[in-house]
Design a protein around this ligand. Structure first.
Ligand SMILES: *Cc1c(COP(=O)(O)O)cnc(C)c1O
Length: 214
């Protein structure tokens, strides 16, 4: 964790930004609930999970961590919206008006980000840039939903520089739509994301080591 903190601080210096502009979201998918508690003891407050069912199994262990904030960073199917709304503070992966509507119907206040699909990989979820306007309008009509920003995940590459154009595009889209938060950057490329304006970096491997394949 110290190594990650040093990398974040260095990236902030390079980018001329303040450390407190960046929220470190510790990605704890696949790891047991105990690792969330350990990271919390070390001072982390934001945690990212990919799978609704998996986190449902951890919530009883972590629900008493005061001020801890849980982010869903994996794709959400509409039929799991209700469960997700009960577990997470922030859903970073909203990509359709239908999903937004389902979440709003749960009648709990939720922070949302829109996942934007910027690459042509078929498998990736996310809203297309040209669909953002109507989606944002739909979300802003939902009284229980608070839209804070955009999230993206570039195609996997070991070379962080190759992620830069995706991060830059996300930043431009957020500016165009008057959105503040940018969730972008993972273990291998978060420095580049910070240079391009990230407010939330989602880091798993660099904090907790490599995950077993699921
Ligand atoms: C797993 C995951 C991360 C963390 O990736 P690392 O390379 O382990 O830091 C970040 N964002 C999303 C959406 C993920 O699924």
């Amino acid at each position: 964790m110290e190594a990650v903190e040093e990398r974040i601080e260095k990236a902030c210096r390079v980018a001329g930004r303040h450390r407190d502009e960046i929220t470190l979201v510790a990605v704890t998918k696949v790891f047991p609930a105990a690792i969330i508690c350990e990271a919390y003891e070390l001072g982390l407050r934001h945690f990212g999970e990919n799978y609704v069912q998996e986190f449902a199994g951890k919530i009883s262990t972590v629900s008493n961590l005061r001020d801890a904030c849980f982010h869903l960073i994996g794709h959400l199917q509409s039929n799991k919206a209700r469960t997700a709304a009960g577990l997470f503070h922030t859903i970073q992966t909203v990509d359709t008006p239908k999903l937004a509507k389902r979440l709003d119907e749960c009648a709990v206040p939720l922070n949302l980000m829109i996942e934007v699909k910027l690459s042509h990989e078929d498998a990736k979820a996310g809203a297309l840039p040209e669909d953002l306007g109507p989606l944002i309008d739909a979300i802003r009509e939902c009284p229980n939903l608070h839209l804070t920003g955009l999230m993206t995940m570039p195609p996997w590459t070991e070379q962080a520089e190759l992620s830069r154009p995706y991060f830059r595009t996300l930043s431009e889209l957020a500016a165009r739509h008057n959105l503040r938060d940018l969730s972008m950057g993972m273990s291998h490329d978060f420095e580049v994301a910070i240079e391009e304006g990230a407010t939330h970096v989602r880091i798993g491997t660099a904090l907790f080591g490599s995950r077993k394949k699921v």
